[in-house]
Ligand binder design. Structure first.
Ligand code: HEC
Length: 262
C-alpha cells in the first residue's frame, strides 16, 4: 500500500512539473514502475539538476556581464582571471539560488549535489584559466569568448568528469550541435508560450528510470540582445543573423540529464 501511494505521489509530481505532456507519464500510467524511483529521490534529483542549470547559467551571465571588457581591443590584460571570475560566479549564484558556494560544506544539500556543484565551479574556472591568452589579446575585438562558447566548453568537461550532461539549446539553434531532441523541443515550445510561468522548469524521469531530465528556461537580458536581438536577420559581431529577440523573451534553455544512481 505504501509503495503504491508512493508511486501515485511520484506520478503526480511528474504531472506537476511536466504538465503531463510527456511519454514517461503515459508509460508510468500503464505500467507503474516496479520498484520505481522513490519520490524523495526524484525531488533530490530535480533540485540537483536545477542547481546545476542555475550554476552554468550564472557562469554564462558573468561572461555576458563582462562582454564589453572582453571585446575591448584597446586593452591587453583584462584582469578577468579564473579567481576574478570565481568571485563573480559565486555572487551571481548566491543571487539566483540563495546558496553561498563559499560555505558549501555547511549547506543543507545532499552530498552528491555538493560534489557536482563543486566540480562545476572547478571546470568553469579551468575554462576561464585556459582562455587567458585569447581573452588578453590586444588589438582584436571579437575573441570568440562568449556565453555559449564558455557554456559548451564547461559542459564538455563536466560530462567527462561526472557523466552529467549539460546542453544549451533553442528552437532555432545557431550551432547544429545544440539542436533540441523530442523532449527538449516540447519543453522549448512550452517556454516560448508567453503564458508559461517564468523560470518554471520542465522535467521527466527518462524511459527506463535511468536519468532525470530537466529543462531550465533562459531569458534575454540586455547583454544577449547585442547578438540575439533586433533587427532580425542583421549580422551580429559573431557573423550570425540575429534572432530578433526582445528583452525578457525566452531565449532557449539549459538541458540537464542527470543519471539516477541505484
Ligand atoms: C557576442 C554575441 C552573443 C551574445 C552576447 C550572446 N550570445 Fe548566445 N550565442 C551566440 C553564438 C555565436 C552562439 C552559437 C555558439 C556556437 O557556435 O556554439 C550562441 C548560442 C546560444 C545558445 C545555444 C543555442 C544555439 O543557438 O546554438 C543559447 C541558448 C544562447 N546563445 C542564448 C544566449 C543568451 C540567453 C544570452 C545572454 C545571456 C546570449 N546567448 C548572449 C552569440 C551570442
Amino acid at each position: 500500500m505504501a509503495g503504491c501511494l508512493r508511486w501515485v505521489v511520484a506520478s503526480w509530481l511528474v504531472i506537476a512539473v511536466t504538465g503531463g505532456a510527456y511519454g514517461e507519464l503515459a508509460r508510468a500510467k500503464d505500467h507503474p514502475p516496479e520498484p520505481g524511483v522513490p519520490l524523495q529521490t526524484i525531488l533530490e534529483l530535480e533540485t540537483t539538476a536545477r542547481l546545476l542549470a542555475v550554476l552554468l547559467n550564472s557562469g554564462r551571465a558573468v561572461v555576458n556581464d563582462n562582454q564589453e571588457l572582453l571585446d575591448d581591443p584597446t586593452r591587453g590584460n583584462k584582469g578577468f582571471t579564473a579567481e576574478a571570475f570565481e568571485h563573480q560566479l559565486m555572487d551571481m549564484f548566491r543571487a539566483h539560488a540563495s546558496i553561498d558556494l563559499r560555505e558549501l560544506p555547511a549547506a543543507r544539500l545532499p552530498q552528491r549535489t555538493k560534489d557536482l556543484l563543486r566540480v562545476l565551479v572547478e571546470v568553469s574556472k579551468q575554462v576561464v584559466a585556459e582562455s587567458q591568452d585569447a581573452i588578453n589579446r590586444q588589438g582584436v575585438e571579437f575573441k570568440g569568448f562568449i556565453p555559449a562558447v564558455f557554456g559548451s566548453r564547461v559542459a564538455g568537461r563536466f560530462a567527462e568528469r561526472t557523466g552529467v550532461r549539460l546542453k544549451q539549446t533553442s528552437l532555432q539553434p545557431r550551432n547544429p550541435a545544440n539542436a533540441p531532441d523530442t523532449f527538449e523541443r516540447a519543453a522549448l515550445e512550452q517556454f516560448a508560450d508567453p503564458s508559461h510561468p517564468r523560470e518554471r522548469v520542465i522535467s521527466e524521469v527518462a524511459a527506463g528510470d535511468k536519468a532525470l531530465r530537466l529543462l531550465f528556461p533562459l531569458y534575454a537580458t540586455r547583454g544577449c540582445l547585442a547578438c540575439h536581438g533586433e533587427p532580425k536577420g542583421a549580422k551580429d559581431k559573431t557573423g550570425y543573423p540575429k534572432e530578433g529577440l526582445r528583452l525578457g523573451q525566452n531565449a532557449g534553455a539549459i538541458s540537464v540529464t542527470l543519471p539516477i544512481r541505484r
